[in-house]
Ligand binder design. Structure first.
Ligand code: PEP
Ligand code: MG
Length: 798
């Protein structure tokens, strides 16, 4: 190995990402990647094997270093040879002496007998089982001289494979759907999907209170006029005159495709600036579809054949729609929506109209077939009162957008497009998932009242956002917000939070459905730190696993996922990804307002190991001259009972605590936080949970380190007096609750709270603790508060 240059991981990553983002031809992309990886890793060979349509074999698809004639000629079964084994097992491996391994198999076509060492990483994508993934290929590196590949080499190769996987997957899906004419004619027989082609419904109707139900997706109540969106381009209603000259027609569709592409590039930048890089990435898929020769080429070919560009787009879209619809896996099916969206955009360009050509009135209830991310970029979101969609679920990208923008939304409403009439009044209840069309006066009045109460309260309180959260006797409590996306920062400002008390980094991974790249993470954390500066930002390392699985990781079906491979346990096993996250956080710490927080710590060893890794990362960055905060505080989340019990020891070895009561309650009371059958037993005000919080606060105070609380409990009005009384210096909750919590803090006298805490800790039941909290709110006069009284009375059950 002596003398071999250490690869510059950042540069390799960036270059592979660059090739991938410019990809429009799979073969060319693979050739460029193998060339680059071979050079940068100083290897004699780099090859890519791709899974064949039978899903049981791999074929050599590109190589730099093996006999180029072997491309397309070498086929091996899953599980056959080292490469086949890596595909089957779905994990990267390295072999110093590949031929010594009993699984090695020699393929004479390749001329690979001269190569000694081998390292390979699978290209993984999500699969039918939500937890597993499958390999759609393998990226392989070989060297003539024996080489012992380090963990970080393996990591680096895995990252490259990870970058490459979506391109391969999209290309393969697209090639299947733009495949044989026979397959297509079968498809054409099944054309004419209802919703897409149906005429817009009439406005007039006699019925009142027409009710449809869906999944509550984004909270809040809205009332407004129905506005149909997106699928407004009804192909069979368009009067389209093709040009008699097929060449002119062909030029027209080519121009439309180019314009749609330009528009998509613009959207990607625009959405990136507004919502963050995580969402911008969504448009890469759209761009890739449009740049795919199968898609665009097919449209052009059909235009030449029929002499009618609109008909050509329609045919291609219908074929694709049919194919994608038949796919069982929701992840892949979602790609069908993307294709549809892209097709609509091309037609809009062809016709010279925008998808949302009709003017939208202020306060509109947007009714759509799907809730697409693109809608948020093209709609004037300030005019949107609510969004309702016939299809999709609450975890789609569109749903995430709606929540981030605080737009009430209901998704997956069967019969919605049929039920709604353009222009009629609709009520959307984002809390329950109910949607009413043409409400009568009584129903309207009921919802108007509820909506008004909530709005007035929020407005009043936001107007007072600048006031400090200080008790009557002058004790300051820092009120911060829990955040997961860049767009949430807007709410942090609006509701007057004093920083970010918990930045949940796994949301980026969930949006991506895979480990986010180091570069994406870095951009996101830096932007959050920069926007908040000088206010503090506590970045929590990935808290994946449990109920938050992503396809990138091989989550096995666990008997008890909440007690299994999750959070810091997983990060410490996936060191490559963890190190890149640490690098990204450290780089963001250059703003000097970042703290690093470790979730789910259950032992002192875990904390020590993390500190070691942080120190190593600092050294690595220091050697490169990268700026970071040398005193970056490293804190522990206290959310496992063992950590609370050992708080005294942990406090001596970390810089701060944050109590995660969502999990602390689940683990202390042995009540699954996501199981509605035992939900009545889940209560963070249980005296056992309070005892652990109190113990943690005491340990922090003795060690003189700050202690905050970042579970949902921080926004629970009944809990606030007790938490302030126990001495928590920071409460971090949902941004919109900050004003309410502040009003409570400002009405409390700490002198009176000590006795409340003492009595609460002596209680036997959660109910008794509730009463103590309620009595304090009552005594402070808060139940008569003009803005929050209504809400608090409901919380205390008055
Ligand atoms: C907690 O457990 O209290 C917490 C804040 O973390 P999460 O809800 O993300 O598990
Ligand atoms: Mg937690």
């Amino acid at each position: 190995m002596g003398g071999r240059a250490i690869p510059d991981r950042g540069a390799l990553y960036e270059d592979v990402a660059g090739i991938v983002s410019r990809s429009h031809d799979l073969g060319e992309t693979l050739d460029n990647v193998v060339d680059l990886v071979a050079k940068r890793l100083d290897a004699d060979v780099c090859s890519v094997y791709l899974t064949e349509p039978d899903l049981a074999h791999l074929g050599l698809a590109a190589t730099m270093g093996l006999d180029p004639d072997a491309v397309g000629r070498v086929h091996l079964g899953f599980g056959e040879g080292l490469v086949g084994n890596i595909a089957a097992e779905g994990r990267a491996m390295a072999f110093e002496d590949a031929q010594a391994d009993p699984r090695y198999r020699y393929f004479p076509e390749t001329g690979e007998e001269e190569f000694c060492s081998l390292m390979a990483a699978p290209l993984r994508v999500a699969s039918l089982g939500a937890m597993e993934g499958f390999s759609i290929g393998v990226l392989v590196v070989q060297t003539r001289q024996p080489r012992s590949f380090s963990d970080s080499d393996v990591e680096l190769l895995s990252t490259c494979a990870h970058l490459l996987a979506p391109v391969v997957m999209n290309a393969q899906l697209l090639s299947v759907v733009s495949g044989s004419d026979e397959r297509r004619s079968e498809m054409f027989e099944q054309l004419g999907r209802a919703g897409m082609l149906s005429p817009p419904p009439e406005t007039e109707r006699a019925e009142r209170n027409v009710r449809v139900e869906g999944t509550p997706t984004s909270r809040g109540i809205a009332i407004g006029g129905v506005y149909f969106l997106g699928d407004a381009i009804q192909f069979d209603r368009i009067e389209y005159e093709p040009d008699p000259d097929p060449e002119v027609e062909r030029a027209a569709i080519r121009r439309a495709i180019e314009r749609a592409l330009t528009e998509l590039h613009g959207l990607r930048d625009d959405v990136g600036a507004r919502f963050g890089p995580d969402f911008a990435a969504i448009f890469n898929t759209h761009i890739q579809i449009l740049e795919d020769k199968g898609f665009a080429g097919r449209i052009e070919a059909l235009t030449a054949e029929h002499g009618d560009a609109l008909e050509a787009v329609r045919e291609v879209l219908d074929t694709y729609a049919e194919m994608f619809q038949a796919i069982e896996d929701p992840y892949f099916r979602e790609r069908g929506v993307d294709v549809h969206d892209v097709g609509q955009r091309v037609v809009a360009r062809l016709l010279g109209v925008r998808n949302d050509a009709q003017p939208m009135a202020e306060g509109a209830v947007v009714v759509a077939s799907h809730l697409l991310p693109a809608h948020f970029a093209t709609l004037e979101t300030d005019k949107v009162a609510a969004i309702v969609s016939e299809h999709g679920g609450p975890t789609s990208h569109g749903a995430i957008f709606a929540r981030a923008l605080e737009i009430p939304a209901v998704t997956g409403v069967p019969g919605l497009l049929e039920a709604a009439r353009a222009g009629e009044t609709a009520i959307v209840d984002g809390e329950t998932g109910s949607v009413f069309f043409s409400p009568d006066d009584d129903l309207l009045a009921e919802y108007q009242k509820a909506q008004h109460r909530a709005l007035v309260a929020v407005e009043h309180l936001d107007a007072l956002a600048g006031r400090p959260a200080e008790t009557l006797d002058g004790h300051r409590v820092r009120l911060t917000a829990n955040v997961g996306l860049l767009s949430d920062l807007r709410l942090v400002e609006r509701h007057g939070a004093e920083g970010v008390g918990l930045f949940r980094t796994e949301l980026l991974a969930l949006v991506h459905r895979g480990f986010p790249s180091e570069e994406d993470q870095e951009q996101l954390y830096e932007q959050v730190a920069h926007t908040m500066s000088p206010r503090p930002v506590t970045v929590r390392t990935l808290d994946l696993g449990g109920d938050k699985a992503i396809p990138e990781l091989d989550f096995e079906q666990e008997e008890n996922p909440q007690l299994g491979w999750r959070s810091i346990r997983l990060s410490l096993d996936e060191l490559g990804s963890f190190r890149s996250q640490l690098r990204a956080i450290l780089r963001a710490s250059a703003e000097r307002n970042v703290r690093l927080m470790v979730p789910m710590v259950s032992s002192v060893e875990e904390l020590r190991r993390v500190r070691e890794l942080v120190d190593e990362t600092k050294e690595e960055l220091g050697a490169r001259g990268t700026d970071f905060d040398p005193d970056l505080p490293v804190g522990v989340m206290i959310e496992v009972p063992s950590a609370a019990v050992l708080a005294g020891v942990l406090a001596r070895e970390c810089d701060f605590f944050s109590i995660g009561t969502n999990d602390l309650t689940q683990y202390t009371l042995a009540v699954d936080r996501g199981n509605e059958r035992v939900a009545h037993l889940y209560d963070s005000l249980h005296p056992a949970v309070l005892a652990l919080i109190d113990r943690t606060v005491g340990a922090a105070q003795r060690a003189d380190i700050p202690v905050s609380l970042c579970g949902e409990m921080a926004s629970n009005p009944l809990a606030v007096p007790l938490l302030v009384g126990m001495g928590l210096s920071e409460l971090s909750g949902v941004a919109s609750a900050v004003p309410v919590v502040k009003e409570i803090v400002r009405s409390l006298d700490r002198g009176l709270l000590a006795d409340d805490v003492r009595r609460a800790l002596a209680c036997g039941t959660a109910r008794e603790v509730h009463e103590i909290g309620a009595a304090r709110l009552r005594a402070a006069g808060l139940l008569d508060h003009p803005d929050i009284g209504d809400w608090l009375r409901r919380s205390v059950g008055d």
